[in-house]
Design a protein around this ligand. Structure first.
Ligand code: SAM
Length: 302
């Protein structure tokens, strides 16, 4: 029999320290079951019990890895009560794993309250890092803002959603949203209404799964992309939006000169895109500047 290439490392991992009386926060795959770490696999096999968002989902996951453990339901409606029970078990010396349905617990998922309570009780919490949809999506987005802002799920109600988006307009960092498939059309409409049409948007759909799609386009073209295929109203999404443009300096004479010449010949959007190529400045910042110049009818052409 050929030895699996991971075996020596798995043996090493299984000999590492896994202290008793500890809550282990364990990330699990977001689609592809191969995306589990060796430490996570070992710990799930070692734990005395697993606290999980949905016992049916975790039971299935454990079966796929050939594991079986007592499962404790720990969802958003019982986190406080279950924390007390987990603390008693940890104080009795157990190792307990905390998992969510997919990805990293406590990231738009239950878990934070339990972690807080366990830490407040003076017990140890050890994270076992692994998949998270937001980091996976960011890594493949190609967006180059130096920072990102994780906005999680947008409110379902239109008015509240618009208020949240208005508050994000000036954030000069990639905006990252989680979105449910049945709300993707509404969410894109709200984003389109709230932000400049030249901002880049990235749809990261069904990451690590069979029908994974990662699509990047101008926000102006986003609704058409979603509408182009009925499957796009299904599946899980991370939506990333390029951050607010960093302003063009008011005394950037060269940028203004190029924009004025181009705007005499083409639309503001085209002028901004061409000016970005000519000046090396950010397209969004030039678009903002072009709108200002356009509004300033008295601005002379030098
Ligand atoms: N805690 C999880 C994590 O770390 O990624 C996120 C849990 S949250 C309840 C579920 C949301 O994550 C989905 O609605 C979707 O926005 C995003 N998501 C999870 N898996 C995904 C995948 N495979 N592809 C794209 N988005 C995903």
């Amino acid at each position: 029999m050929t030895e699996s290439p991971t075996t020596p490392m798995f043996n090493e991992v299984s000999q590492q320290m896994y202290p008793l009386s500890t809550l282990y926060v364990v990330a699990t795959p977001i689609g592809n079951l191969g995306d589990i770490t060796l430490r996570a696999l070992h710990l799930l096999g070692l734990a005395d019990a697993i606290a999980c968002e949905d016992t049916r989902n975790t039971a299935q996951l454990m079966t796929r890895y050939g594991l079986s453990k007592p499962l404790i339901a720990a969802h958003q409606h019982n986190e406080r009560e279950v924390a007390d029970k987990l603390i008693a078990r940890l104080q009795a010396g157990e190792r307990i794993a905390l998992v969510s349905d997919a990805g990293t617990p406590a990231i738009s998922d239950p878990g934070a309250r339990i972690v807080e309570a366990v830490r407040a009780a003076g017990l140890r919490v050890l994270p076992l890092p692994g998949p998270s949809a937001l980091i996976t999506a960011l890594s493949a987005s190609g967006l180059q803002d130096a920072h990102f802002y994780f906005a999680g799920f947008l409110p379902a109600k239109g008015k509240q959603r618009d208020t949240v988006l208005a508050g994000l307009r000036g954030v000069a960092a990639t905006l990252v949203f989680y979105e449910a498939p049945h709300r993707i059309v509404d969410a894109v409409a709200a984003l389109t209404a709230a932000f400049e049409p030249t901002r880049q948007i990235v749809f990261a759909r069904e990451l690590t799964k069979l029908f994974e799609e990662i699509h990047r386009c101008d926000l102006a073209d986003a609704a058409a992309w979603v509408a182009a295929d009925a499957h796009r109203e299904k599946g899980e999404y991370v939506v990333l939006l390029q951050g607010a443009p960093t302003a063009i300096a008011a005394d950037d004479v060269e940028a203004d000169r190029v924009l004025r010449i181009l705007m005499a010949e083409c639309s503001v959007k085209q002028a901004a895109a061409l000016a970005a190529q000519l000046t090396g400045q950010k397209k969004n910042a030039l678009y903002e500047r072009a709108l200002l110049l356009k509004a300033d009818l008295k601005a002379p052409l030098d």
